[in-house]
Design a protein around this ligand. Structure first.
Ligand SMILES: Nc1nc2c(ncn2[C@@H]2O[C@H](COP(=O)(O)OP(=O)(O)OP(=O)(O)O)[C@@H](O)[C@H]2O)c(=O)[nH]1
Ligand SMILES: [Mg+2]
Length: 213
């Protein structure tokens, strides 16, 4: 049976969405895209999500325990979409359970801090861990955070861009503290690329006219 979205034509085959996202991701007649945020502890994963979702920032460090979920509604490519943002804990003590939170996602932010060489060196580990658990078409966006700390910066843009290229991912530099427009761009680009890979995996246009207004 095709899946009907509210006030729209036939949109997506339900079985297809279930296969891609699982039952949890078909909520309230909206398409939900799950995006993970991964990377070493203290790099600013939670801060980037808080900045994007509520446009807020806190200087307090409250380590994420396990995972936190945030829902954010966006309009991408003219479609109304719900983003389910899975903010994972970077601290090693959560290593064993972390990858279970990747299930069903088609995109992730891999975050490091531009003033933390160790967090940058760990990027290949994070990308490999993520890709080993998800659909091979999934999108990875590398994010160098804390670019407000210019004098402490130990990773150059060139070095980070090379890393991104090596793993076939996009690269953005930003600051959750400053809150530049690129934070919105990061999440919107990810969502837009995810819609494109859905189209690639399932190239039948009649099933891919996602909800309009
Ligand atoms: N200067 C500066 N500080 C930041 C920035 N982003 C985050 N921070 C600070 O860095 C610390 C860690 O931020 P979090 O967002 O909690 O880091 P996290 O990656 O979620 O950490 P875990 O949950 O432990 O994995 C906090 O004290 C934040 O205020 C930034 O862009 N610039
Ligand atoms: Mg956190």
């Amino acid at each position: 049976m095709p899946y009907f979205l509210k006030n729209t034509k036939i949109l997506i085959k339900k079985e297809f969405l279930l296969k891609l996202f699982g039952d949890n991701y078909l909520a309230m007649n909206e398409l939900v895209l799950k995006i993970c945020s991964i990377g070493s502890f203290y790099v600013g994963k939670t801060s980037l999500i808080r900045r994007f979702a509520d446009w807020k920032f806190s200087t307090n460090y409250l380590p994420t325990i396990g995972v936190d979920y945030t829902i954010k509604r966006v309009i991408v490519n003219g479609k109304h979409i719900k983003l389910l943002l899975a903010d994972t804990a970077g601290q090693e003590v959560f290593g064993k359970i972390r990858s279970s939170y990747y299930t069903g996602s088609l995109g992730c932010l891999v975050v490091f801090a531009l003033n933390d060489r160790k967090s940058f060196n760990a990027v290949p580990h994070w990308i490999r861990e993520y890709r080993s658990k998800v659909n091979p078409h999934s999108i990875v966006v590398l994010v160098g955070n804390k670019n407000d700390l210019i004098k402490d910066q130990v990773i150059s843009s060139e070095e980070a861009q090379l890393m991104a290229k090596k793993f076939d991912s996009l690269y953005y530099e930003t600051s959750a503290l400053w809150g530049g427009q690129e934070i919105i761009e990061i999440f919107h680009t990810l969502a837009s690329n995810i819609l494109n890979i859905i189209a690639k995996i399932h190239p039948r246009p009649q099933y891919l006219q996602l909800s309009g207004s």
